[in-house]
Design a protein around this ligand. Structure first.
Ligand SMILES: Cc1cc2nc3c(=O)[nH]c(=O)nc-3n(C[C@H](O)[C@H](O)[C@H](O)COP(=O)(O)OP(=O)(O)OC[C@H]3O[C@@H](n4cnc5c(N)ncnc54)[C@H](O)[C@@H]3O)c2cc1C
Length: 378
């Protein structure tokens, strides 16, 4: 069966596919999202929802560069997105503190803090008492200090994914849920169509936004993408009156309290293939760890646990580029631990790549050639 043609087909209805569709639709491009399950049913609906401008990624990039800029673009877009589509995505720039429990870690945070300060990004240095004053709900005797960034925050990731998709459909995007991308066709060296479980869609471009399954979708065009699933387990408590105000990172497990009052506790990073089971040992470890850090959690009931699959690359940075071949294939994959932080910015870059505009950010750090360069250097 043939379906109506589309300029662009986006394979995957997670936060990255939804953000790409939103940006493309806003630019006047006819776009179709093809998602084999439902919107945000995989990693994008299973994560913690942190949007951090200063955190672990800053240690690798202490002079803020493309990774910081990609986060900044996304976070700024989230401020406007809720109003534009009329959906409360629960985005709060509540500020967050990155803590150290060893002198080595403290030195790494200090280096990033100094780099950020040099570039005029607001970060404050805290000693152990300062951390305590910054987030009174959190306490651990091993904490030596850390840095506070008022730009860090959190969002409801499923609401974010839905808001992006809703924004896209309001601008004319078509959404095919419960529909699988099965084959990508080419004519000569160009993309010509996508074969889905609902029929064939003639198109000029495809965006691979298939998350942990990006490698399988890449293989449909002969690409071997370095993306693998990494499992993260999470526990959710019942709702309680708000007692955690800030986002605390660097002390595991982490806990964030949602707008409704539920506490999300997580998460692991495990290489176990596509297994999304949750195990009792991890739950027990989470319980011990979080009670030692957030005493007010004592007595709260656990109501759910789950696991999601991060689409991980070897350096945990995404791949955002037009593939060398076939022409018309755009990659928006491998967002690893920070797909919520990077989504709207990724969508913008995808739109610019697909429509041939100048990209808002230098794309070298997000090109797949970096893996060959790293292998050559090694
Ligand atoms: C436990 C955990 C905690 C995390 N915490 C954070 C956090 O605090 N902050 C942050 O920024 N990030 C976090 N992340 C990472 C973030 O969730 C991911 O980087 C992001 O959701 C990836 O989005 P995606 O759209 O690429 O992938 P996904 O959300 O997995 O979406 C890919 C979609 O593609 C679909 N698909 C696959 N194959 C096909 C096909 N053949 N045809 C059609 N559809 C297909 C899938 O069904 C899926 O819906 C966390 C992740 C986990 C698991």
């Amino acid at each position: 069966m043939r379906l109506a043609p589309s300029d662009v087909v986006v394979g995957g209805g997670g936060v990255i596919g939804a953000a790409a569709a939103w940006a493309l639709a806003r630019a006047g491009v006819a776009v179709t999202i093809v998602e084999r399950r439902g919107l945000g049913q995989e990693a994008s609906g299973s994560n913690v929802g942190l949007v951090t401008l200063f955190s672990g990624h800053s240690f690798d990039e202490p002079d803020p560069g493309p990774v910081y800029e990609l986060t900044r673009m996304s976070a700024d877009a989230y401020v406007a997105l809720g109003d534009e589509v009329g959906v409360d995505i629960e985005y709060e720039r509540c500020g967050g503190v990155v803590v150290a429990e060893t002198p080595e870690k403290l030195a790494v945070i200090r280096r990033a803090y100094e780099g950020y300060r040099r570039h005029g990004i607001p970060v404050e240095w805290l000693d152990a008492d300062g951390v305590r004053a910054c987030e009174p709900a959190f306490h651990h005797p091993a904490v030596l200090g850390g840095a506070f960034c008022p730009l860090n925050g959190h969002v409801n990731p499923l609401a974010l994914t839905r808001a992006l998709a809703l924004g896209a459909t309001r601008r004319g995007a078509r959404m095919l849920l419960g529909t699988e991308v099965q084959e990508i066709r080419t004519a000569g060296d160009r993309i010509s169509a996508v074969v889905t479980s609902a029929g064939e869609i003639a198109c000029g471009a495809v965006v691979n936004a298939a998350g942990a399954w990006a490698r399988a979708v890449g293989a449909m065009t002969g690409l071997a993408l370095p993306v693998e699933p990494q499992r993260g387990q999470i526990v959710l408590t019942e709702a309680a009156p708000r007692f955690i105000r800030r986002v605390v990172s660097g002390s595991e497990p982490s806990a964030r309290q949602t707008r409704r009052g539920n506490v999300i506790i997580g998460s692991t990073v495990e290489r176990v293939g596509f297994d999304t089971s949750v195990d009792a040992d991890t739950m027990a470890r989470f319980a011990r760890g979080v009670l030692a850090r957030y005493p007010a959690l004592h007595g709260l009931r656990v109501i759910r646990s789950w696991a999601g699959l991060r689409p991980a690359t070897p350096d945990h940075r995404p791949i955002i580029e037009m593939a060398a071949e076939p022409r018309g294939l755009c990659l928006a994959v491998g967002h690893s631990r920070r797909g919520i932080c990077y989504a709207a910015g990724t969508g913008q870059l995808v739109m610019e790549l697909v429509t041939g505009r100048a990209p808002s950010l230098p794309l070298d750090s997000f090109g797949s050639a970096r893996f060959a360069r790293a292998a050559g250097a090694a």
